[in-house]
Design a protein around this ligand. Structure first.
Ligand code: HGY
Ligand code: MN
Ligand code: MN
Length: 410
């Protein structure tokens, strides 16, 4: 069995740890998260790392450098998933990080820094709506308001912490100091079609998109589906539908990426005019200004549509992460890694998907290595990678770490 086979098999093994039979869902502070942490800790140990679970539920491993206690280069990704997820989004990056650390441990190379692997506990925000909870803890950019966030069962984040065996009061123990870190490198599937369309395996990520997410509500008046004449209707669903189509039009117009992933009509009767609609908006762009200009257009359009239809429009921001540039020096190392696989002119482009690096960038410099995924499909069980691409990513990631070491001046 090759290292690549092992990485792929481990992705399959992690994919079997799910809260829902027949599909993959593993959310923050769940029994599945605990089981996945234990399995990853075992693999980290086998790779020669000392392991611990930090105060935020991130699973960590460390390989000392040429002397104990040196600042650490972090490698990692996330171990949580969206609903009905693919098995490579996040997990592949964690397993490649463990594989690289294992290679370096076995080689006997003594790096000028420590190497740490982090399996972040909650990049997606699936359970509590707020994403990056694990990496924001590591970066020390925690907001205590988050403790009162609730999941679909009304359990608060604080209660979920305690149920998981963590103590909210001890969370600061997870905060890392920038002087203890050299940087952060993450390998991740592209989650888009750019690499596949260019027939390339790997790319350097130049920056990570800035996303803002909202809970939107349109309120009209429920009524009888038969007896209510059109000119007396205040149909929240037809109004919301106009807004959704306008979001797509304005996003395309402004070069941003707008998605309505969730929408629910109330009261939901087949013969009742919807009186209220609750829906989501995820808007992201390469540049925050571009994103925010589009948001202003969306709000203006929503207010006009609602005024014309006698409806009320309310919005509540649930998540914001501004765009983050990758570090030029670490990007050079990622490029060196890709060239080590025989690709002499590495592609480089911005990530349309969000990643933990957006949070980690608050405490240290970051860079990412992308690998191709079939059809650019992600956040779906059809997520798929070629074994040859994973093998190339493993070699490139190891070469990138060694390139950081070669250039490192403490
Ligand atoms: O939403 C994102 O872009 C990431 O996959 N969480
Ligand atoms: Mn994802
Ligand atoms: Mn991801």
């Amino acid at each position: 069995m090759t290292e690549t086979d092992l990485v792929m098999d481990r992705c399959d093994e992690l994919a079997s740890i799910s809260s829902r039979p027949g599909l993959l869902e593993r959310v923050h502070l769940s029994p599945e998260h605990k089981a996945a942490n234990a399995l990853v800790a075992q693999w980290m140990t086998e790779a020669g790392l000392s392991t611990w679970q930090d105060a935020a539920g991130n699973q960590c491993g460390r390989l000392e450098g040429r002397e104990p206690g040196l600042p650490a280069l972090l490698l990692g990704s996330h171990i949580d998933t969206v609903r009905d997820a693919g098995r490579y989004d996040g997990m592949l990056g964690v397993l490649l990080a463990i594989a690289v650390a294992g290679r370096i441990h076995r080689s006997g190379i003594e790096l000028p820094f420590a190497l740490e692997v982090v399996a972040f506990s909650d990049e997606e925000g699936t359970r509590f709506g707020m994403a990056l909870l694990g990496s924001r803890a590591l970066a020390g950019t925690w907001n205590d308001d988050w403790w009162s966030l609730t999941d679909g069962d009304g359990i608060t984040l604080a209660e979920a912490f305690q149920d998981f065996g963590l103590d909210p009061a001890r969370l600061p123990g997870a905060f890392r100091r920038s002087e203890d870190l050299v940087g952060y490198l993450e390998t991740h599937i592209e989650q888009g079609p750019i690499l596949e369309d260019a027939d390339r395996r790997l790319a350097v990520v130049t920056s990570i998109a800035g996303a803002r997410r909202f809970a939107l509500t349109i309120t009209g008046k429920a009524g009888h589906a038969g007896g209510t004449p059109y000119d007396r209707r205040r149909d929240a669903l037809v109004g919301a539908s106009e807004v959704v189509v306008e979001i797509e039009r304005l996003s395309k117009l402004t070069g941003t990426i707008g998605t309505v992933g969730r929408l629910q009509a109330f009261p939901g009767g087949i013969n009742v005019i919807p009186g209220r609609v609750e829906f989501s908006l995820d808007l992201r762009a390469e540049f925050d200004g571009q994103r925010d200009e589009c948001l202003a257009l969306v709000w203006a359009a929503a207010e006009e549509i609602c005024a014309r239809r006698g409806l009320r429009f309310d919005r509540h921001e649930i998540y914001r992460a501004d765009a983050v540039p990758c570090d030029p020096g670490l990007m050079r190392a990622i490029g060196t890694g890709i060239r080590a696989t025989g690709d002499e002119s590495p592609m480089a482009f911005w990530s349309r998907a969000g990643h933990d690096g957006v949070a980690v960038a608050d405490v240290t410099r970051i860079a990412m290595l992308f690998l191709r995924c079939r059809g650019g499909v992600s956040h779906h069980p059809d997520e798929h990678v070629k074994k040859a691409d994973v093998a190339a990513a493993l070699d490139a990631f190891e070469a990138a770490v060694l390139a950081v070491a070669a250039e490192y001046r403490p």
